[in-house]
Ligand binder design. Sequence first.
Ligand code: NDP
Ligand code: F7E
Length: 313
Amino acid sequence: MNKGSKIYVAGHRGLVGSAIVRKLEEKGYNNLVCRTSRELDLRDKSAVDSFFAEEKPEFVFLAAAKVGGIVANNEYPADFIRDNLLIQTNIIDAAYRNDVKKLLFLGSTCIYPKMAPQPLKEEYLLTGELEPTNDAYAIAKIAGIKMCQSYNRQYGTQYISVMPTNLYGSNDNFDLHSSHVLPALIRKFHEAKENNAPFVEVWGTGTPKREFLYSDDLADACVYLIDNYSGNEIVNIGVGEDLPIKDLAEKIKDVVGFTGEIQFDTTKPDGTPRKLVDVTKLNSLGWKATTSLEEGLKKAYQWFLDNQLTKVN
Ligand SMILES: NC(=O)C1=CN([C@@H]2O[C@H](COP(=O)(O)OP(=O)(O)OC[C@H]3O[C@@H](n4cnc5c(N)ncnc54)[C@H](OP(=O)(O)O)[C@@H]3O)[C@@H](O)[C@H]2O)C=CC1
Ligand SMILES: C[C@H]1O[C@H](OP(=O)(O)OP(=O)(O)OC[C@H]2O[C@@H](n3cnc4c(=O)[nH]c(N)nc43)[C@H](O)[C@@H]2O)[C@@H](O)[C@@H](O)C1=O
């Protein structure tokens, strides 16, 4: 990419898309094109085809998707598989028909088998059963990977697929039903502190382990990879270390300054026991994460405090 390249960021208002826009602007890219879902519903093929024919972007970051945490995925599998198949299929096909030079597709580490060896290597894809709470979403993501790889093989396109670990940061989703664990706990501990509540409820047993990458680091990795990777194989993006949910809860409790108790609601699902990504390939391509969880949590909480009135219903 050069500074004047026409770059489309699909999902530019989301956790990932907004971080990619910030990173591109910070690096001096001055020809970005974006559309909200109200302006352009990416599930509508004819609207997507018209948009690409009109705008002719040279590069695409595919960060638009229907995204949610474990309970949302478990309760609305049809929405997750349908919307994500439609969005990604429409964009990848329109990119090909409009000569997009390079496209970066955002997958997720949920594509790996529930009980795969840890840390997760890229070659473990499709070697075992998926985690049931989000297998519909995972299948959609795997289809997106295969679509990029198939277009590359048949048409000679350069569509790369990256598999980020769990993410957090500015513009995250703080809705307690549909969000991921980290933003949910920031909100729960904050509201418990404000209301002098005796305890905060954490879902599951607290024993599953998760890895967390700050969204601005992910954005940096995506901008780096679109210029430095053209392989047909997927690339994991992570920090290379994880922690149990109960330890995450303790860290967020300390950052927020809540002094009450933590209680575990074991009626809620734990999901996959662990999904630590192997970042050997990413590191060998020349990129490493720089934001520690402690630093990222402080930034994420500060963002929540500065924006909570607009972000939480
Ligand atoms: N969050 C995480 O922990 C992880 C996310 N990822 C992946 O990163 C990508 C982005 O996720 P994230 O930023 O967290 O998600 P968000 O929910 O924060 O953002 C998703 C974006 O997609 C857009 N969108 C959704 N549906 C439509 C639609 N029908 N038409 C047009 N736009 C639509 C939304 O646009 P609008 O705001 O205009 O409605 C929104 O900006 C996804 O592919 C996700 O799978 C991967 C690993 C972890
Ligand atoms: C990014 C990734 O995100 C999802 O997978 P997940 O990591 O399992 O999702 P999660 O962040 O919601 O939960 C992680 C763990 O945390 C526990 N947990 C505790 N308390 C809360 C809580 O209050 N909210 C939530 N959401 N989880 C909680 C929860 O019980 C679970 O054990 C999928 O979308 C998947 O497809 C995907 O791509």
